[in-house]
Design a protein around this ligand. Structure first.
Ligand code: PDD
Length: 280
């Protein structure tokens, strides 16, 4: 695999980052995941805009290659012959000479890394037909989840808790209301109404979420942006998640309770179809 590190395209074995990199020592970094379908980048502009915002919110220096990101994404798709897959991009606050909590001076350049993950048939995932099961866990992450940082230890632990319980993912709950999934936004459907957490600092402003809600409204579906509880989810007609890697994925079980009849619902299926049709 050919990866990108600070201006160079290299075989992955030759790519190197300093052990003093603040991404490694302090999780002082931000990232984006953009999907590729049929060789085409999905919603690149949305991901780039959010990346810029994450950098701003953390006073992180902007890499010199910021204006070339589209070109770099395309070059990696080509060099690695990606038809369907994901492009991971990470920017960290770079590698000062030593470990220090204070941010480094301006002469320390940010570290920019990108790599591809080939996933043939990404949009034809069999899980979309069966749906996934989720468990609920307490949301104990920091308070700025609107910034897409690489501090992913708790979401990783959530995934493991889910696996142990025979589920695929964890929905995080704060003050009795679902914030989001470990790496996706969470939705329920009651009647004709799609309910998903309102934007704020408590959740990541999903790029897929924005597109799906736009398509839902264009299709005259009703959307309510507010928090919902796990009890409400258990009594919903349908549930689903969205993310750049899962698109729209039905959720059929929460904490061991089947949602609706325990199979993917029609609204989730329709939104998945519309999203994939419109975006690729
Ligand atoms: N995760 N919420 C969280 C906590 C996320 O990590 C993600 C994305 C989302 C969905 O955002 P988007 O629609 O822009 O992908 C919501 C990516 C896919 C990941 O970590 O792999």
């Amino acid at each position: 695999r050919i990866v990108y590190v600070n201006g160079d395209y290299l075989p992955e074995e030759e790519a190197k980052v300093s052990i003093f990199d603040r991404g490694f020592l302090f999780a002082d970094g931000v990232y984006e995941v953009t999907s590729v379908l049929g060789g085409k980048l999905i919603d690149f502009d949305g991901h780039k805009t959010r990346l810029q915002r994450s950098l701003n919110e953390l006073d992180m220096p902007v890499p010199e290659a910021m204006d070339d990101l589209l070109e770099i994404h395309r070059a990696l798709v080509e060099k690695n012959e990606i038809t369907d897959g994901l492009i991971y991009l990470q920017i960290t606050r770079g590698a000062p000479a030593d470990r220090d909590f204070a941010f480094p001076s301006a002469d320390v350049k940010p570290t920019l890394v990108l790599f591809t993950q080939s996933k043939p048939g990404l949009a034809e995932s069999p899980q979309a037909k069966t749906g996934i099961k989720v468990i609920s866990i307490e949301d104990i992450r920091w308070g700025r989840r609107d910034i897409k940082t690489v501090q992913l230890l708790y979401p990783s632990m959530g995934k493991m808790m889910a696996k142990k319980a025979g589920a695929e993912d964890a929905w995080m709950v704060e003050d009795g209301l679902v914030t989001e999934g470990s790496s996706n936004n969470a939705y329920i459907v009651k009647g004709n109404k799609i309910i998903t957490r309102h934007l704020g600092t408590e959740i990541l402003h999903g790029i897929t979420r924005a597109a799906v809600l736009r398509f839902a409204r264009e299709a005259q579906m009703e959307v309510e942006e507010r928090g919902f509880s796990i009890d409400e989810a258990k009594n919903a007609d349908e549930a689903f998640i969205t993310s750049a890697s899962a698109f729209v994925m039905p959720v059929v079980n929460v904490d061991g309770v089947a949602i609706g009849d325990g199979t993917p619902g029609p609204i989730a299926a329709r939104l998945r179809e519309i999203y994939l049709d419109e975006m690729r």
